[in-house]
Write a protein that binds this ligand. Structure first.
Ligand SMILES: Cc1cc2nc3c(=O)[nH]c(=O)nc-3n(C[C@H](O)[C@H](O)[C@H](O)COP(=O)(O)OP(=O)(O)OC[C@H]3O[C@@H](n4cnc5c(N)ncnc54)[C@H](O)[C@@H]3O)c2cc1C
Length: 239
């Protein structure tokens, strides 16, 4: 016969510290996480504005200087002593959920943080030439006033061109234009030995052109990309 003295529902256990931390996590979110995120986004936005104020000539000059810095940095690497090469971008700023444990192991960082300029918008060729840290918001703000847009615009403003090519990028318009990387027509890449090459689908680096998408940065550092633009009638950029 059933023990009628035993309650049918489990008794409430005594609250411990973790329960209070979970219950009051909103304090941390509202007073620490949100203001901190807002500051990061403000910083990125101001950086984008600063980049937009520079002349095209200056952006191109900075690009050449920054590519030289990457080449010099790679030449400093001693393969016997230093670990594998990777970008110095901190995992917490990237929009991804990949395991980045390799950044805790011995590794050789190359700083690409200054590659955040739109280098050229060529209305005749319908191509935008941009550096890898240019983000979706930045590119939309620049192209919309010209009634142009990327064919595939990943919906989060913070996603970068480098991440969308080397990671992956997709959006609603992909059912017409393919993945983000399918709208790229040329990539400028610094190889591990310091050579700077421009890969297109039909030049001598076509293998690199087809290999870069989804390579997660394993084949070289992307330092600029030429991406297809399409005309638009109704889009408006905010901010
Ligand atoms: C919450 C969330 C929402 C998302 N929403 C969308 C979405 O709306 N549309 C969409 O398409 N995708 C979306 N994604 C996926 C996202 O696009 C990918 O995770 C993308 O790779 C993140 O890009 P990132 O700019 O943060 O780059 P990172 O995470 O910094 O980079 C991605 C990879 O590319 C490599 N890399 C970056 N720059 C370079 C470079 N210059 N040279 C060589 N290698 C480089 C990095 O080493 C890394 O392996 C989403 C992901 C999350 C977590």
């Amino acid at each position: 016969m059933a023990d009628l003295q035993t309650p049918l529902v489990r008794r409430k256990r005594k609250k411990v510290l973790v329960d209070y931390l979970v219950q009051f996590r909103w304090i941390l979110v509202i007073f620490v996480v949100l203001p901190f995120s807002a500051l990061i986004y403000l910083n990125i936005y101001l950086g984008d504005m600063w980049s937009a104020m520079k002349s095209e000539k200056r952006r191109q000059k900075e690009h050449e200087e920054n590519v030289d810095k990457v080449v010099k940095r790679l030449k400093q690497r001693n393969p016997k002593k230093d670990g594998l090469v990777c970008t110095a971008r901190k995992p917490w700023i990237a929009v991804g959920m990949r395991n980045v444990d390799y950044k805790r192991a011995r590794h050789f960082e190359v700083d690409l943080s200054s590659f955040r300029n739109i280098l050229e918008i060529d209305k005749e060729r319908m191509i935008a030439k941009v550096e890898p840290l240019v983000n979706m918001g930045q590119i939309t703000r620049a192209t919309c006033p010209m009634n142009l847009t990327l064919a595939v615009v990943a919906e989060l403003d913070g996603l970068t061109v480098g991440g969308l090519i080397n990671g992956y990028g997709i959006e609603g318009s992909s059912h017409i234009y393919g993945l983000f990387s399918d709208t790229v027509v040329a990539m400028e890449v610094v190889l591990a030995d310091g050579r700077v090459v421009r890969a297109t689908k039909d030049n001598e680096y076509s293998d690199l052109f087809y290999g870069m998408p989804w390579s997660q940065g394993t084949l070289g550092f992307l330092v600029s990309a030429e991406i297809k633009l399409i005309p638009t009638k109704y889009m408006r950029a905010w901010g």
